[in-house]
Structure formats: C-alpha cells, structure tokens
Ligand binder design. Structure first.
Ligand SMILES: Nc1ncnc2c1ncn2[C@@H]1O[C@H](COP(=O)(O)OP(=O)(O)O)[C@@H](O)[C@H]1O
Ligand SMILES: [Mg+2]
Length: 274
C-alpha cells in the first residue's frame, strides 16, 4: 500500500513547571492516498499535538514522521517548510481567512506566495472554488459568507495547490451540527475524488461516520476499535492498526476528479496559527 503520511512511534512530551505533559505517547499512524482518517478524542487528548507532528509544524520528542517517502526527521526547518508547502494543505477550526480579501483572493494568496504564474493561479483558484461549491461567491469577503461557506473557502485554500495530504484540526468545531455534517461530507468527497490522504480531528461522534478509519486518542494514547453505529467500540485490546467494519470508500465518480500534475509548482500553505 502506498503511504502518503506516516507517523512512527510518535511521542511528544512538553516540559511544564508542574512536570512533563505527555501529549502523545507512542502513536503509530499510516494514511494512504484517498483515505480519510479521523482522529477523535476529548479536549486535551492530544489531537492537535498529533496533527502538528504529522503536519511538520512540530517535532516529536521521539519517533518519526514520513511525508510520502521522505523521512522528515533529518530535515532542517527550511527543507521541512518546503516539503509542507509542496505536499500538505491545512484547514483550521477558526478558518484563518483574511477579512479584507475576497474568497478568491484568500484562496489565491498561498499561490501568490509560491509564485505560481498568474494564469495558472486563476485556473487553480477557480477550480478550488468550484470543488467546494463556491464558484458563485468568489468576490465575497469572509464577513459576507456564512460560517460553513467560510470553512469551504478555507478548504479551497488548502487544496488549491493540489497537496497530497490534507490536515484539518477540528475543521467543524465552530459550526452548528448540520453545517458541520455538510463540511465533513465535502472533505470526505474531496478526499475520495482527489485522492488526498486526510487526517481530520474532531470530538463530534457524528463526524466519525465519514471516516474510513478512526484513531481514538485517550490522554495521548491510541485506542482503536470497530465502528458500530457511528461509535467506536471500546477496543483497548485491538491492534493499533485494526481495520474497521466500514470498508474504505473507493474513489467516488462525481465528476470532480482532476488529474494531478505532480511536477507543478506547489504552493506555500502559510496559515495563521500553528
Ligand atoms: N505547547 C504546549 N506546552 C505544554 N503543554 C501542551 C502544549 N501543547 C499541548 N499541551 C498539552 O498537551 C495535552 C494535549 O493537548 P492538545 O494536543 O492540544 O489536545 P486536543 O487537541 O486533543 O485538545 C494537553 O494536556 C495540553 O495541555
Ligand atoms: Mg486541539
């Protein structure tokens, strides 16, 4: 199986005056192209820490992160940042949009930073907005869009450079449950149609239903189990990579598929918060 993203025995320990905080302990995770992995857990379980490690925004205390076939552990900051720009897209709970820019300009910004040629930039922006269903809202500013639409712009921005990997930390955390479900459906559709490898964190049990696989975190450790009626059955005894009852959805032929051109320059996915 091709692996787009791999975490090997990831441990992240934060020093604090009250003693060490073990935010992630010995976590193994593999994500294949076209696979949506949901990281679920209560607040403080270690979701953000894990996603930051996988996204190359933070370094593990021990263990390794592979992005595609690249072991990131020996990379310096510059090389790691370049790899992030080339292969990863990020989506945030707070959307991270610039209020004075239109939806199209927000999506375009990272492409500008990556010095993508203007004609290609325009095409990428149009394509990304179309993929998230906002082609008719390109000129609107974030303040003129609903929360769900704003997050769609955030998703369009993340995928505009055609990353291999999508990392979304509680992307629906600021949305009502109905809107959250539609945003999660969109992510799921994009993952499967575009062949993205996605890691999405949530503490919403309903969103787990869209996952191909679920990683359940408790106090920095992984618990895995079968999905039953959208819930992860307790399975402390299950192996770390237990497959789930729900078969991974295959590529969805919804007309959204766009061929990737790996050789194309990829964008800087700068984002406002770690
Ligand atoms: N930079 C940090 N310094 C110290 N402790 C941290 C830091 N980041 C996270 N933590 C601690 O690590 C644990 C996991 O946090 P986090 O990954 O943010 O969890 P989640 O995203 O699941 O809410 C928490 O106890 C949190 O307080
Ligand atoms: Mg978090």
């Amino acid at each position: 199986m091709t692996i787009a993203l791999r975490g090997e025995k990831l441990t992240r320990t934060f020093a604090s005056p009250a003693g060490d905080v073990h935010a992630c302990i010995d976590i193994d995770i593999d994500v294949a192209p076209g696979e949506l992995v949901v990281v679920r857990g209560a607040s403080g379980a270690g979701k953000t820490t894990l996603l930051n490690l996988l996204g190359g925004l933070d370094r593990p205390t021990s263990g390794r992160v592979w992005i595609g076939d690249v072991d990131t552990s020996p990379l310096d900051e510059e090389a790691l940042a370049a790899l992030r720009r080339e292969r990863l897209g990020f989506v945030f709970q707070s959307f991270g949009l610039i209020p004075i820019l239109s939806a199209a300009e927000n999506v375009e910004l990272p492409l500008r930073i990556a010095k993508t040629p203007p004609a290609e930039r325009d095409a990428r922006v149009a394509e990304a907005l179309r993929l998230v269903g906002l082609a008719d809202h390109a000129a609107q500013r974030p303040g003129e869009l609903s929360g769900g639409q704003q997050q769609r712009v955030g998703i369009a921005r993340a995928i505009a450079a055609r990353p291999h990997v999508l990392i979304a930390d509680e992307p629906t955390g600021q949305l009502d449950s109905r809107t959250a479900a539609t945003v999660m459906d969109l992510i799921s559709e994009l993952v499967h149609s575009q062949g993205l490898a996605a890691v999405v964190s949530t503490h919403d049990p309903l969103l787990v239903q869209r996952a191909d696989r679920v990683i359940e975190l408790h106090s920095g450790r992984v618990h895995t189990g079968q999905i039953e009626n959208g819930r992860v059955a307790s399975a402390a005894a299950a192996p770390a990579h237990a497959e789930f009852a729900e078969a991974p959805a295959g590529p969805v032929d919804n007309g959204l598929h766009t061929p990737r051109t790996r050789a194309e320059a990829r964008e800087q996915q700068r984002h406002p918060e770690p």
